[in-house]
Design a protein around this ligand. Sequence first.
Ligand code: SF4
Ligand code: SF4
Length: 491
Amino acid sequence: MNTHHISADTHELPHPPEQEKPRKALFANRPKAYPKWIVGRFRRMKWAVMALLLGLYYLAPWLRWDRGPGAPDQAILVDMPGRRLYFFFLEIWPQEVYYLTGVLILAAVGLFLATSLLGRVWCGFTCPQTVWTDLFLMVERFVEGDRAQRIRLDNGPLTLNKIARKVTKHLIWLAIAVATGGAWIFYFNDAPTLMGDILRFDISPTILFFVGLFTATTYLLAGIVREQVCVYMCPWPRFQAAMLDEHSTTVTYQAWRGEQRGPKRKTESWEGRGDCIDCNQCVQVCPTGIDIRDGQQLDCIGCGLCIDACNEVMTKIGRPGELITFDTQMNQTARAAGQPTSGLHIFRPRTLIYLAVLAIVGGVMLASLMSRSDADLSVQRDRVPLFVQLGNGRIQNSYTLKILNKERADRSFEMTIPALPQAELSLVGHEEEAGQAATLTVKPDSVGSYRIHVRMPREALQGASTPVSFLLRDATTGESYSIDTVFLGPK
Ligand code: SF4
Ligand code: SF4
């Protein structure tokens, strides 16, 4: 027994013995999720979306598109050496990268709109992480069995059967990962040619590196990390709440109908209790392993599988379905209060803003595509010296003119300055005499660069800076292109 003495000299009080406070751990391992097999309408929708997206991903690089001789015939191709992006009838040059910016804006705002209307449909059905995780889970279920068998296998001793199943699963996962990494590379190379090279084991280290990289990321993210990507790594769930309101549909447990929950015998009455029989089926099918009855959670990807599971249970026990349902907060509040519900409110201030942004960006892109030219001009005036006064009294300015010829044939342009007929043009490095016109030829599918001297009599100038417009006329088609600049002279 501990005794404490009080010192008469110091009158010190004894310190009470230090109490060990229980410490709460700041880290806990995430319990592994073993999603159970379920059938139902959302599961069927997920299969259909998965088949469509995987089919598109693996087959798209094999689609052909005839662009004429000398041009690649792959419908979708990112040609890095040629610095070109091909998408069916579109050919995007590096100078037109703003089209990609437009597509990214459309995709982002489209995602905002879909989220504000239908909640996390992107996460639950179409996100690549969801699609590939679903595919890997399908393999796991096929090789190791459904939830109960998988748990038993993981907790059981290391047997030959366990080793064989684990090795088989990981080999199939690796095969899918290689196919995924390989398919990605086909978007950057001519797919049939690259496939031939692969079959002959004639692959460059760069291709090998990227196939390895995408294989490793697919295997890790879809096979090993799985739902933890959605819960811990992905930023989208963190800010998607900003797009949701009481009119957005989300997966909801109808607590007003389900509580008080609890197990129920067949002979017991439904009086004074809720419809939830606490069977945990909704938790067992959940790919992120959460309980939707705890309310809206960051971990819920909105896949609807708990709805399928609960509907199956409700059918078995003879209660109405949709105890867990896709619904709006507004309707849920109305249902709980026994009031009539309203339909989906598509047009609300936030959705109208998203629709307006989509319409504006889409409209601008469409207009820009329609008025797209098959040649682009850029001009740069020499800054040193600003101008040169020639012996004959004329003033000379020099320019570098670049002509982008997007056609796959030589083009010849006649250049003039129609508003200033006194102007003389001469091409640096060309023999022709200076004259009112100069002929510029540009090779197919390339940029032609010319240095041009322009000379003008002093009296034709409008002070120190005279606006000029270069006009280029295609000698074959008669099509004209113009670009504005200035001609500088003495004050
Ligand atoms: S709670 Fe339901 S909707 Fe949410 S992730 Fe789990 S199964 Fe999918
Ligand atoms: S599946 Fe339905 S009945 Fe079973 S625990 Fe979940 S909510 Fe309750």
